[in-house]
Design a protein around this ligand. Structure first.
Ligand SMILES: [Zn+2]
Length: 221
């Protein structure tokens, strides 16, 4: 029995991320759920991080923000693991990776650590050449997990549609945000114009009073 199932689009996203900055390590989180004891990874996400040729660190707030976003989107998926790249030096867990993974397993015992080395893929252009392995730590030892790529067309298309819809949601949200900002800016401008108009009106009235007083030869109080 396999330990993990992963959707092709998620694999593509992870490989793509690792090739965007091929010289340095990148990292992100794996999103999915537990289905009959198998961790099903249906998405990935990431955020601000610092990466070098042999190390990567996601900003502390990235995972909580992603968890919050999943909740906001009303998804029943959650964070099931993390991924990071080893550009050109193969797939394994370093002592630091083991520490990270052990810590995460305390929060979610089925937590998956995915490591990708895109080096061969960058040279050949064939996705199958990207090395991808998944691990867990058991009794202090690193265990390589068995995984399969989801191959049912119906499920793959559904997963693709979900991703597209989420992309559109983000687009709509950002457009709405711009509209709201514009509205707010407009409202402030109207407020200012209203204030200035009122000031001009008061000055005009004061001037009219002065003129009237001068005409009547009275002292201006
Ligand atoms: Zn590593």
């Amino acid at each position: 029995m396999v330990d993990v199932r992963i959707y092709p689009l998620t694999l593509a996203k992870i490989i793509r991320h690792s090739t965007m900055f091929s010289g340095i390590e990148v990292a992100g989180v794996l999103i999915g759920r537990l289905v009959n004891g198998v961790v099903e990874i249906s998405d990935s996400d990431t955020g601000p991080q610092i990466g070098t040729t042999g190390h990567v660190k996601l900003a502390r707030y990235v995972a909580p923000l992603i968890a919050e976003k999943l909740h906001r989107q009303g998804r029943s998926d959650y964070i099931v693991g993390w991924y990071h790249s080893h550009p050109g030096f193969g797939c394994f867990l370093s002592p630091i990776d083991v520490d990270t993974q052990s810590g995460l397993q305390k929060m979610f015992s089925k937590c998956v650590a995915l490591v990708v080395d895109p080096y061969e893929f960058i040279i050949s252009g064939r996705p199958r050449d990207a090395k991808i392995e998944m691990f867990r730590v058991q009794d202090g030892r690193i265990v390589t997990l068995e995984y399969e790529v989801v191959f049912e067309t119906d499920k793959i298309i559904r997963n693709f549609i979900d991703n597209l819809e989420r992309g559109e949601d983000q687009y709509v949200t950002s457009l709405d945000k711009i509209r709201l900002e514009f509205y707010e800016w407009n409202r402030k401008l109207e407020e200012k114009v209203g204030f200035v108009t009122e000031e001009i009106k008061q000055i005009r009235e004061a001037l009219a009073n002065i003129l009237e007083a001068l005409k009547q030869g009275r002292r201006i109080s």
